[in-house]
Design a protein around this ligand. Structure first.
Ligand code: ZN
Length: 216
């Protein structure tokens, strides 16, 4: 049933251009330098800038059902004090290129060609899309979010012909050992469930031309 709803809505929306609001997080000199340090420490690459060539789109949920609470966690350049799970791996704060509200509003948070810290091992080739929701691991993303993800992902695929893969964050470890996997620290891993298998199933049912995670 959900596919039919989505198809009808997409048909009616397709005449409109994709609307993306620019809602910038702090991404000045400090965050750029922290990103370079992360690239050096984790990927053993010495870089002059933090530009990426996107090959993977990684879909997430924030684990918080409120937009401003979610956004506030990404704004500072330095990792928040409660992220003890990843603080040993560097002070660069987490972020994503896009954030989608529960009503489907799409925000761009940072330059699309800059590296964001959102997926261990793959950041140097990954564009991140965060969805507001998933509090207490509930698979509660909305149909409006599904539609906006489909439109945004199609837009990105057109913009970057280098993009090959579409994955959910919970699938990231499937890339270990592949040429896209750059992480040098075997002890730096997190367990992820976002954005949920139901959401990825619905996304994939409505998108063509992407490779899936390598362990499928
Ligand atoms: Zn995630």
């Amino acid at each position: 049933m959900i596919y039919k709803v989505v198809f009808l809505l997409l048909t009616s929306l397709s005449v409109f251009a994709l609307e993306i609001k620019y809602t910038p997080i702090d991404f000045g000199k400090i965050r750029v330098e922290l990103t370079k340090s992360y690239i050096k420490e984790h990927y053993s690459l010495q870089v002059d800038d933090i530009e990426i060539i996107p090959k993977i789109i990684v879909v997430h949920y924030t684990g918080i059902d409120d937009f401003s609470d979610s956004l506030s966690r990404f704004i500072p350049s330095i990792l928040l004090g409660d992220r003890k799970d990843i603080s040993a791996a560097g002070a660069l704060n987490v972020s994503a290129h896009f954030m989608i509200e529960r009503d489907g509003t799409i925000h761009q948070l940072m330059p699309i060609n800059h590296m964001a810290r959102h997926v261990i091992g793959l950041n140097y080739s990954a564009i991140g899309i965060e969805n507001i929701g998933g509090e207490n691991h509930k698979q509660n993303l909305t149909v409006e979010q599904l539609i906006s993800n489909i439109e945004l992902i199609n837009y990105l695929k057109k913009k970057f012909n280098t993009i090959e893969y579409l994955i959910g964050h919970y699938e990231y470890k499937c890339f270990e050992g592949s040429e896209l996997w750059l992480e040098k620290d075997d002890n730096y891993r997190t367990e992820k469930q976002d954005p949920g298998k139901i959401f990825m199933r619905d996304l994939r049912a409505n998108l063509k031309g992407f490779k899936e995670a390598l362990c499928d």
